[in-house]
Design a protein around this ligand. Structure first.
Ligand SMILES: Nc1ncnc2c1ncn2[C@@H]1O[C@H](COP(=O)(O)OP(=O)(O)OP(=O)(O)O)[C@@H](O)[C@H]1O
Ligand SMILES: [Mg+2]
Length: 347
C-alpha cells in the first residue's frame, strides 16, 4: 500500500516531518557531503605531508661545497662513521673554525638519509627540539533538525607539528645538532632517553601518542666548541656519557692549503703563504683568539679580490681578518707585529 501524505505540516515554510519525497531529494545532497568529507580527509593527509616537507626544508642542513677529503679529514670521518654505524651518537669537539660543522654535514650527507639540522643557543627549548601544537582549530556544529531543539557542538582540535628531533626519531633521519652545548642543559634532557632507551617522550602529549620509538636509521652528530665549552652551559655528565666524543684540532698545513685552494682558487704559493701566517699567529695567540681555517679562507678571498697588488696589502688583509677579536689598541699593535714577523719569516 502506498504511503499517502495526508498531513504535510509546515512551520515557517519548511516541512516539519520529512516525507519519502523529501528524503529522496536529500540523498544526492548527503552523497555530495560524504564525498566532500572524503576529499577533506585526503587533503588533510596531503596537508600533513606538506607540513612535514616544510618542517624538513626549514631544518634541512646547509650544503657543504668545496669539501676537501685529505688524509686527516678522512681519518676523522672514518671514526665518526664507525660510531654512527654502531648506533652511538657522535659528539665533535674542537677549537673555533677547525672544521667541525663542515665535517658533520659531510658525514651526515653520506649516511644517505635526509638530514635535519638545529643550531643550539641560549633560547632553545625542548619544544624547539621536538615540536608542539602550532594552532588550535575550532569546529562548530549547529543542528536544528527538530524545529524546537537546537543542538550545538564545539570541537577544539590542536595541530601538532614535529620539529627536527621528533622528525629524525620518527623517520630515521640524521640529526645534526650544531653547538649543542650553547643550549641550556635542561632543554637537552629529552635526548637522554632517545640515546639510551631509544624512546622519545613528547611531554605535552597523552596516551600512546606520548612515546615515539626511535627509528633504527636515526643517527645524531653533535658539535661543540672546546673554547666555549667551559664558559657556556656545561652539558650534563649523563648526556656526555651517552655520546662518543671525538676531539678535533686544526687540520695539517697541507690540508689547510688545499681548503684555501678549493674555496678561493688562489695559486698554490699564495695559499701556502696565507696558511703559514695564520698558523704562526695560532702559535702566539691565546686559545680564544686563535684564527681558524675560516680566517685562511677569508684572507684568500681578500687576496683574490686584490688581484696581485703587492706585499703591503697582503699584510693589511691579514691584519683585518685576524684582528677580529681584538679588544684594545695594545692587542692590535701586538697582532700587527706578529703578522709582520710571520710575513718576514716567509721571505
Ligand atoms: N674538509 C673541508 N673542506 C673544505 N672546507 C672546509 C673543510 N673543513 C672546514 N672547511 C672550511 O673551513 C671553515 C671553517 O669550518 P667549520 O665552519 O666547519 O668550522 P667549525 O669548527 O664548525 O667552526 P666554529 O667553531 O666557528 O663553528 C668553513 O669555511 C669551511 O667551509
Ligand atoms: Mg661550527
Amino acid at each position: 500500500m502506498n504511503y499517502i501524505e495526508t498531513h504535510p505540516r509546515k512551520v515557517r515554510g519548511g516541512s516539519v516531518h520529512k516525507t519519502i519525497r523529501d528524503k529522496k531529494e536529500e540523498r544526492p545532497v548527503k552523497a555530495r557531503a560524504k564525498q566532500q568529507l572524503r576529499q577533506k580527509k585526503v587533503s588533510n593527509t596531503s596537508s600533513n605531508l606538506n607540513e612535514r616537507k616544510t618542517v624538513e626544508e626549514t631544518y634541512l642542513s646547509p650544503d657543504v661545497s668545496n669539501f676537501v677529503e685529505a688524509n686527516d679529514v678522512n681519518e676523522t670521518k672514518k671514526r665518526i662513521k664507525l660510531w654512527l654505524k654502531t648506533g652511538y651518537p657522535v659528539h665533535l669537539i674542537g677549537p673555533t673554525g677547525c672544521g667541525k660543522t663542515s665535517l658533520a654535514m659531510h658525514v651526515a650527507k653520506e649516511m644517505n638519509r635526509p638530514v635535519v639540522w638545529i643550531n643550539g643557543d641560549e633560547s632553545i627549548t625542548t619544544t624547539d627540539l621536538i615540536g608542539g601544537y602550532s594552532q588550535i582549530e575550532q569546529e562548530s556544529l549547529r543542528d536544528q533538525y527538530v524545529h524546537n531543539v537546537f543542538k550545538s557542538k564545539d570541537i577544539l582540535k590542536a595541530d601538532w607539528v614535529d620539529n627536527p628531533l621528533a622528525l629524525a626519531c620518527k623517520y630515521g633521519y640524521t640529526l645534526i645538532y650544531n653547538e649543542f652545548s650553547r643550549t641550556k642543559p635542561a632543554a637537552n634532557n629529552i635526548l637522554l632517553s632517545v640515546f639510551e632507551e631509544k624512546i622519545l617522550e613528547l611531554p605535552t602529549k597523552f596516551g600512546e601518542d606520548r612515546y615515539i620509538k626511535v627509528h633504527p636509521d636515526f643517527k645524531a652528530i653533535l658539535t661543540s666548541n672546546s673554547i666555549e665549552y667551559a664558559g657556556v652551559h656545561r652539558p650534563q655528565d649523563a648526556l656526555l656519557d651517552r655520546l662518543v666524543t671525538i676531539y678535533m684540532d686544526y687540520y695539517s698545513f697541507d690540508t689547510e692549503v688545499s681548503i684555501v685552494n678549493a674555496h678561493t682558487g688562489v695559486p698554490d704559493n699564495d695559499a701556502r703563504r696565507i696558511v703559514s701566517v695564520v698558523r704562526s699567529l695560532r702559535e702566539k695567540l691565546p686559545d680564544t683568539q686563535k684564527p681558524g681555517t675560516r680566517a685562511c679562507i677569508m684572507i684568500g678571498e681578500g687576496l683574490k679580490a686584490l688581484n696581485g697588488q703587492g706585499r703591503m696589502n697582503f699584510e693589511q688583509i691579514c691584519i683585518d681578518v685576524m684582528a677580529t677579536k681584538t679588544r684594545s689598541s695594545m692587542e692590535l699593535i701586538e697582532k700587527q707585529t706578529f703578522v709582520k714577523e710571520a710575513i718576514e719569516a716567509l721571505a
